[in-house]
Write a protein that binds this ligand. Structure first.
Ligand SMILES: [Mg+2]
Length: 313
């Protein structure tokens, strides 16, 4: 009986260290919301990396089906690991991380404003695609090469000076990034190149705002793949400037592919990131699971969902 009751409750999974610790300020706000306006929400605070997945697994066993992840792309990713294997779970996002690259796809801004909690409860549920790379799910994107190396350098930096650090590592890698050759198969096709970067996008943004896959839709059962061939230092500057201005598609040395799945193998271990979390690897098997999670999408604002066809009589 208690399990059935939990099916209509909302579990807010809060990562207090997301956004360099800024998310902690939302705990008191959400407690007040629960007390004054929304008794149907329950709050759970994570204590360590991976804890959001553990909490969600336990809540699903206890009948919960509606979740709101409070944090950044990494927090959303941890919650998704638990939700995808269980069908028909609902995911809401409350963006308060450092990058928040997935949020615009659902029609939400980079950072939540308190008045927007009411919007969350007015959202419509849209089944959205989730990717899987070597057994781990991703909601937004997975990438290999230059952007993953910058993200790795940034997260390993001893002194965190925010955007100054980020741009320092962008410039450093424009000069010193070591490219790698890969072979990628998708469908019946094969492509082999020496690449600056390869990005598989369900959403459009990565790296705190760059749109490597600016045509991506989060519910079209396709991944948008952007491959940028390696060039010299001047060419790298021009390519990255093109990405910043969203004018890279169609330019020389940029390939834009749509696929449902792909296998990619590099000639050595390369820097990789999955929803912003960095790691190293050489062989990757990437597939898309259409409509794997029911995402809360803002009822009015622009989003990255495929437009619904209006049925006419
Ligand atoms: Mg898509």
């Amino acid at each position: 009986m208690k399990k059935e009751k939990n099916g209509t409750r909302w579990a807010f999974i809060i990562n207090p260290v997301a956004g360099r610790g800024k998310t902690v300020k939302y705990i008191a706000y959400l407690q007040k919301c629960k007390h004054d306006l929304h008794p149907e929400i329950d709050l759970f605070v994570t204590e360590r990396p991976g804890h959001a997945t553990e909490i969600c697994n336990s809540l699903i066993r206890n009948g919960y089906r509606r979740f709101v992840a409070v944090g950044g792309d990494g927090t959303f990713n941890e919650v998704v690991q638990s939700l995808v294997p269980k069908k028909n779970c609902v995911l809401g996002i409350f963006p308060s991380g450092s990058g928040n690259d997935y949020a615009p796809g659902a029609g939400f801004p980079d950072h939540y404003e308190p008045w927007e909690l009411a919007d969350l409860f007015r959202c419509r549920e849209v089944p959205v695609d989730v990717g899987k790379c070597n057994g781990r799910y991703f909601l937004n994107n997975v990438g290999f090469g230059f952007d993953a190396k910058v993200a790795t350098d940034f997260s390993n930096a001893k002194h965190n000076l925010g955007k100054i650090n980020y741009w320092y590592f962008v410039i450093k890698n424009i000069f010193f990034f070591r490219p790698s050759r890969f072979i990628m198969t998708f469908g019946k096709e094969k492509i082999s190149l020496k690449s600056l970067l390869v990005s598989f996008g369900i959403g459009r943004r990565c790296g705190g705002g760059f749109q490597l896959t600016p045509r991506a839709l989060i519910n079209d059962a396709l991944m948008d793949i952007c491959i940028i061939e390696n060039t010299g230092v001047f060419g790298r500057v021009m390519k990255l400037a093109g990405v910043a201005m969203k004018k890279h598609i169609g330019s020389k040395g940029v390939h834009y592919i749509l696929a449902k799945s792909a296998k990619i193998e590099f000639d050595r271990d390369v820097n990789a990131h999955l929803d912003g979390e960095t790691f190293m690897g050489r062989k990757f098997d990437i597939t898309l699971i259409p409509g794997a999670v029911r995402l809360l999408v803002h009822p009015e604002r622009e989003n990255y969902c495929r437009k619904e066809k209006k049925s006419g009589k």
